[in-house]
Design a protein around this ligand. Structure first.
Ligand SMILES: Cc1cc2nc3c(=O)[nH]c(=O)nc-3n(C[C@H](O)[C@H](O)[C@H](O)COP(=O)(O)OP(=O)(O)OC[C@H]3O[C@@H](n4cnc5c(N)ncnc54)[C@H](O)[C@@H]3O)c2cc1C
Length: 496
């Protein structure tokens, strides 16, 4: 690192966070907003980086990224764009694969085997955003050192070293934590780890699920969120007897309105998926061979199953970094608007970072790939240049299901903004439907199913500009197109 860049990085590390914060953790069962009176500031003490001996197992040790997932892939690309990767960057990963676009695992990866399912290297980062496909060779060509299948287990922030599971000692100058999340599990004592029970977070999990699906007859999906919805759609695509169980009243309760959820639920039912709502699991039962046979519910009923997929949320992977002065009490590692933790020289990005969501003046941890990409780019740009502007994220969630060749229809929705206030639903799901969230007369969030590319492009503009929209007028729109046009006109009127 040149001395100028080093100085910039240390200046960047010393800037205090100025705005107020609150908590939004969208992977929780409900939107959880907590105002925090905090005035979190990053400590201004200068960090040191000097290599005094060659006793370290990473050759290119100036910048180290811990975690080899979505955010790490995009961070690597940004280092390359700045000419700062070659000989300087090391990525330490728990997985055996170079970073890939994780959302594919519950989408094209689970297509029926005769419908051209996605496999690596087809979906390495950054194909999800139209970038170059970063295969293991790409990292070699760019001079990036990759350490696979060796998770970081400890950190010494004074010595600026990391230890790995295999006992390697690694040195870092600047450290970027990109460890993502781990899937929440059902306890062992109720059968959460029996053979035939699956969780899905990485390629190894997806491969294990596929080998079960090949033999499966009766599939139970536990959880009505993104993962549950996507896996249930996949199992229906495999023509398996599929039941989805969840404790809420409807699918994706933290985002969908009851009426919107009903459209999706009807579509799933038409495709053979059975629903058990408002249900809690008592335990999972196994046969004499130890393999799962059924799910037992608290209400005493039993649902037969030979394959069970649990999609009940995820937890930020903070464990190696918990007791070293970083704030992990906010449900992730707290960072400021440039992804600096409170420890100088240490940054956190992607799912694991709890960052100030400037637009809504609260702290958020967002478990979505768009944020993983953007936070990685923002953090590395801020680290390597004099840019000091704060991250200003507009929440964006999407899902795509039933996309395999020959499926009854493709389902594809996008949401931008904040799901607060009253809702107006327009359209009949044939194929389009849109939901608008309006709070104090302002359009705060919008979800669109089966829009055209132009219509999808309009959504972030609407959610970002929050135009004044008269609910009564919007309700009278006779089509999704007309409703979007009306909202767009309100943006233009506001801009005049
Ligand atoms: C099955 C699935 C489907 C999804 N679908 C969507 C979707 O449709 N749309 C959407 O927006 N988002 C989706 N997401 C969420 C999205 O994939 C994540 O938000 C994104 O991957 C976050 O990137 P990340 O780099 O922060 O974490 P990850 O991509 O999870 O990467 C973290 C990496 O760090 C590694 N790691 C953890 N601890 C250590 C350690 N101690 N040492 C070294 N390495 C470590 C992990 O093994 C992993 O490789 C999905 C997630 C999953 C699991």
């Amino acid at each position: 690192m040149s001395s100028v860049r080093k100085l910039m990085a240390s200046i960047a590390n010393s800037l205090p966070l100025k705005h107020g914060i609150s908590l939004w953790c969208p992977q929780h069962a409900s939107l959880n907003r907590t105002r925090l009176p905090s005035s979190f500031r990053s400590s201004a003490s200068a960090r040191r980086y000097g290599v005094v001996s060659c006793a370290f197992a990473n050759e290119n040790r100036e910048f180290v990224i811990v975690g080899g997932g979505n955010a790490a892939g995009y961070a690597a690309r940004t280092f390359v764009e700045h000419g700062m990767a070659d000989g300087k960057l090391c990525i330490v990963s728990k997985e055996a694969f170079a970073p890939y676009e994780r959302p594919a695992l519950t989408k094209a990866y689970l297509f029926p085997l005769d419908k051209k399912p996605a496999r690596l290297p087809g979906f390495h980062t950054c194909v999800g955003s139209g970038g170059e496909r970063q295969t293991p060779d790409w990292y070699k060509e760019k001079g990036i050192e990759m350490l696979y299948e060796d998770p970081v287990t400890g950190i010494d922030i004074e010595k600026q070293t990391l230890t790995t599971n295999s006992g390697k000692l690694l040195k870092y100058g600047s450290l970027i934590i990109a460890t993502g999340c781990t899937a929440s599990r059902l306890p062992d004592k109720i059968g959460g780890n029996l053979p035939g029970v699956h969780y899905i977070r990485d390629v190894a999990d997806a491969d294990s699920l596929i080998s079960s699906l090949e033999k499966a007859r009766k599939v139970v999906v536990v959880g009505g969120g993104y993962i549950g919805m996507e896996v249930a759609a996949a199992a229906a695509g495999w023509k398996l007897d599929t039941t989805i169980i969840f404790p809420e009243n409807h699918l994706l309760q933290r985002l969908f309105t009851p009426s919107l959820a009903r459209r999706y639920e009807e579509f799933y039912q038409e495709n053979g998926v059975k629903f058990v709502k408002g249900a809690s699991i008592k335990n999972i039962e196994a046969g004499s061979d130890g393999h799962v046979t059924a799910v037992k519910l608290e209400n005493g009923s039993t649902i037969e199953a030979d394959t069970i997929i649990i999609g009940i949320g995820a937890k930020p992977a903070v464990s190696p970094f918990e007791r070293v002065g970083m704030n992990t009490t906010v449900g992730g590692i707290q960072v400021d608007g440039q992804f600096r933790t409170s420890v100088p020289g240490i940054f956190a990005i992607g799912d694991v970072a709890a960052f100030p969501l400037k637009m809504y003046n609260r702290i958020a941890r967002v478990e979505h790939v768009d944020h993983a990409r953007r936070s990685a780019q923002h953090c590395i740009n801020a680290l390597l240049t004099a840019k000091t502007h704060l991250y200003d994220y507009l929440p964006y969630f999407y899902s795509r299901v039933f996309e395999y060749e020959g499926s009854p229809r493709k389902i594809w929705w996008q949401f931008f903004g904040d799901n607060v206030g009253e809702t107006v639903e327009i359209g009949n799901f044939d194929p389009k439907i849109a939901t608008f969230w309006i709070d104090s007369g302002k359009l705060k969030g919008v979800l669109l199913e089966s829009g055209s590319p132009e219509e999808f492009q309009l959504l972030p503009k609407l959610a970002r500009s929050q135009p004044h929209v008269a609910i009564a007028k919007l309700q009278k729109a006779s089509s999704v197109e007309e409703a979007l046009e009306l909202a767009h006109a309100s943006v233009q009127a506001g801009a005049v």
